[in-house]
Design a protein. Structure first.
Length: 152
């Protein structure tokens, strides 16, 4: 359990937007949105969520932790695959309800559980009035089935 705790957000908008205290505004589910980009080239890698524990562990350790809504569990990104995310910089938005992590990815330099560098590997388009997806050409950098032991 992390030692760091966060004070409640101030009621004063000026203090929230211009002050020096990091007082994240968690939503009704206790989460803030985390946008994650590569610190080197700026590529968007993923969007996730953090609860207070994940946020504190990230700040204390320098390694990204998130809250998995699907598993309802704390998650140290890359713990299984070896693709840990070393946080180079963390920023917050004006009302402190989202954070932006600039990271260096270890291991295979892959962030997505599919083995790809980014979770954003498909483009959305319109074909004959229907929304469609198309791959962007990126290929997996590791065998996700073998790494995560997914059944076939």
């Amino acid at each position: 359990m992390p030692a760091l705790t966060f004070d409640p957000a101030p009621g004063d908008k000026k203090a929230l937007e211009e002050g020096s205290a990091f007082t994240p505004r968690f939503d009704a589910n206790g989460l803030v949105t985390a946008v994650v980009t590569d610190a080197g080239d700026g590529k968007l890698l993923m969007v996730a969520h953090m609860n207070a524990e994940a946020l504190a562990l990230t700040l204390e350790s320098g390694v990204a932790h998130y809250w998995s809504r699907s598993r309802n569990a704390l998650w140290k990104k890359g713990e299984t695959s070896g693709n840990l995310q070393e946080v180079v910089e963390m920023l917050t938005d004006c009302d402190q309800d989202a954070v932006w992590l600039r990271v260096k990815v270890m291991g295979h330099d892959a962030t997505c559980h599919t083995g790809r560098r980014s979770c954003f590997y498909r483009t959305v388009g319109l074909v004959d009035g229907r929304a469609t997806l198309a791959g962007d050409g990126s290929e997996p950098l590791f065998d996700a089935d073998k790494t995560y032991r997914n059944p076939s």
